[in-house]
Design a protein around this ligand. Structure first.
Ligand SMILES: Nc1ncnc2c1ncn2[C@@H]1O[C@H](COP(=O)(O)OP(=O)(O)OP(=O)(O)O)[C@@H](O)[C@H]1O
Length: 280
C-alpha cells in the first residue's frame, strides 16, 4: 500500500483559562500518536468521548496544528491551512452536525457551487452546473431538481449529510475525514450513509477516516480496512478489525467489545432494517 499521510509522534496540548487571575490549566488531548494513512483505505478511529478522536481529525485536516510532532502528506511536511479561510482541498472534513455545516440562508445549489468555483476558477457556470448534477446523482439525491433550490432546514439529516458528502467530493479530495457523520441522523438511515462512504471509497479511491464512538458502525465500514482504537489521547490498538475483535490486546478494547453488541456484518443484520418513508 502506498503511504498518503503520516502522523509522526503527534502531541496536542490544549490550554484552558480557568477563571479570572487564575493559572492556565493544560490538558493533553493527544499523546505520542503515530499513524500511517495509506492511499484508498478506510480507517475507523474508535474511542469514547474525550479520547482525542476529533482532535486527530482536525490535525489531519490541517484545521489545528499539533503542539509537537510532524505530519507528512505525500512524503512532504504538511503545513495544514494555507490561511485561516482556505483549506487544503485535498483533505476534506465532514462534521457530525450537518445543519451547522451548511449556511442556512444558502440553497443547496449555492452551497455546492461556491467551493467548486473557488478551487476551479476557470470552470464556466455551465460546467459547474453539470458537475453539480453529476455529484447529486452520485450521492443519490435524485431527482436533482427537487433538491437544488431547497434550503438546509428543508432537508432531512440524512439528506444534509449527503449534501456534505457531495460538497466534500466536489473538490476531488484524497482524504475525507468524517467525524461521527451518522450519529445525529435517524438509525434507519445510517446504513445508507455508511454505504455511500463505501461506494465513494471504491468508485473514487478516496481515503476515508471514519471517526466514531460506535464499534458496530466501525466494523461495518472498515470490514476490509483498519481500526484505530483511542484511549485517553493515545492509540492503544490498530489493525484489521476482525482480528482485533477476535483477539483484543488492550484492556480498553476488551471493555469496548464487552460494552456493545456488535452485529456480525456477514450476517447482514442491517438488511432487516425497514427504511420507512424516504429512502435516504
Ligand atoms: N480547543 C480546545 N481547547 C481545550 N480543550 C480541548 C479543545 N479541543 C478539545 N479539547 C479537549 O481535548 C479532549 C479530547 O477532545 P476530542 O474532541 O478530540 O475528543 P473526542 O474523542 O472526539 O470526543 P467526542 O466524541 O466527545 O467528540 C477533550 O477532553 C476536550 O475537552
Amino acid at each position: 500500500m502506498e503511504e498518503l499521510m503520516r502522523l509522526d509522534d503527534i502531541n496536542m496540548i490544549f490550554t484552558k483559562k480557568i477563571g479570572f487571575m487564575s493559572k492556565n490549566k493544560t490538558f493533553q488531548a493527544l499523546k505520542n500518536v503515530n499513524l500511517t494513512i495509506n492511499k484508498g483505505e478506510i480507517i475507523a478511529v474508535v474511542g469514547e468521548s474525550g479520547s482525542g478522536k476529533t482532535t486527530i481529525g482536525r490535525i489531519i485536516t490541517g484545521l489545528i496544528k499539533p503542539t509537537s510532532g510532524e505530519l507528512y502528506y505525500e512524503g512532504k511536511k504538511f503545513t495544514g491551512m494555507i490561511n485561516k479561510k482556505v483549506h487544503n482541498s485535498n483533505i476534506q472534513f465532514i462534521q457530525q452536525d450537518s445543519y451547522a455545516a451548511l449556511n442556512p440562508v444558502k440553497t443547496i445549489y449555492q452551497s455546492l457551487y461556491a467551493p467548486i468555483k473557488t478551487y476551479n476558477k476557470r470552470m464556466t457556470k455551465a460546467e459547474i452546473d453539470e458537475k453539480i448534477v453529476d455529484l447529486m446523482g452520485l450521492i443519490g439525491l435524485i431527482p436533482v431538481d427537487r433538491f437544488l433550490d431547497k434550503f438546509p432546514h428543508q432537508l432531512s439529516g440524512g439528506q444534509r449529510q449527503r449534501v456534505l458528502m457531495a460538497r466534500a467530493i466536489s473538490l476531488n479530495p484524497k482524504i475525507i475525514v468524517a467525524d461521527e457523520p451518522v450519529s445525529m441522523i435517524d438509525v434507519s438511515l445510517r446504513l445508507s450513509i455508511l454505504n455511500l462512504m463505501n461506494t465513494l471509497n471504491k468508485k473514487m479511491g478516496v481515503t476515508f477516516i471514519y471517526i466514531t464512538h460506535d464499534l458496530a458502525t466501525a466494523r461495518f465500514i472498515a470490514q476490509e480496512g483498519r481500526i484505530v482504537v483511542m484511549y485517553k489521547g493515545e492509540v492503544v490498538e490498530t489493525g484489521n478489525i476482525e482480528s482485533i475483535l477476535k483477539n483484543p490486546q488492550h484492556n480498553y478494547t476488551k471493555a469496548l467489545i464487552r460494552a456493545v453488541p456488535i452485529p456480525d456484518p456477514t450476517l447482514n443484520t442491517f438488511d432487516d432494517i425497514e427504511i420507512e418513508g424516504e429512502s435516504y
